[in-house]
Write a protein that binds this ligand. Sequence first.
Ligand code: PEP
Ligand code: MN
Length: 353
Amino acid sequence: MELESILLPGVDSKRPLIIAGPCSAESEEQVLTTARQLAKMGVKIFRAGIWKPRTKPGGFEGVGVIGLPWLKRVKEETGMYTAVEVATERHVFEALKHGVDMLWIGARTTANPFAMQEIADALKGVDIPVLIKNPVNPDLELWIGGIERIYNAGIHRIGAIHRGFSSYDKKLYRNMPAWHIPIELRRRLPNLPIICDPSHIGGKRELIAPLSQQAMDLGFDGLIIESHCNPDCAWSDKAQQVTPDVLELILETLVVRDTTQPTESLTSLRHQIDELDDQLLELLAKRMRVSKEIAEFKKANNMPVLQTGRYDEIFTKRIKQGSELGMSEEFLKVMLEAIHEESVRTQLELINK
Ligand code: PEP
Ligand code: MN
């Protein structure tokens, strides 16, 4: 793929490229107030969702085309570039007609090759930068396939956005980062700029700063962060939006090191450990939940909590399995006992309630 390295003229190629703005455009007032504050702090690209893909009908589905002239005003007044999400051919035409400078494709859309092809066809002969979010499911090939469809339409200013992957179990993150997937994307398409979306990964304001730092440490090129003049009153994604002031603080505290670390480096290895620890904790929590379900069952059927036969079976089997994987018996014993103890504790708690 021959990609152009500059997505928009005049936007610094120095890391990180920043895109900021509200999840959704809600009113002309909200859009302009937010945009003015962001422009003042030096943000060059303003995002705002005009059409919002909602999980269920009845949610706020975006203001639609009436919001596009607001973005035009943002451009005229602040000089910022504007970016919107497109999911259909009509979105593309409307956005282009209103002079939007950059398009992004949402995670639900990237997951659908028909929709991606429709957008790609609508973009033939158009010269505009397009950012492609990862699909909701952790499927690198589907992500690359979407990127290829847009590239084959003649678009050579392309970037990828890593926004995490949805999973059945809700935990620390709204969407699990699975950093190895964007890292593998970088290996496969080394010239493709990759932008991290800590707002949608974290789903919470507090997670924006640490996730942004992690993205910088892993060599990402930019950040797309949801920022709203009054986040608590936002019509969508309010828990993960920050005011422009808070965003400025987050960006000021970011440490951006010049050189990106090779995968083998210490930083990267430490991130792998962090991610594995996350997974370990999530798995343990899941195990505890299942154990609680077992307790419900035991309670309903008047069975004792501790069933020694079962415990011995787990213990012997797992110690053998763990030893074969290279771990010491002592360690396995301590670990399994601790897990079992906590599991019994939660079961007793539930049964005695
Ligand atoms: C968004 O950027 O507001 C959005 C809907 O994101 P995603 O497609 O990542 O869910
Ligand atoms: Mn959002």
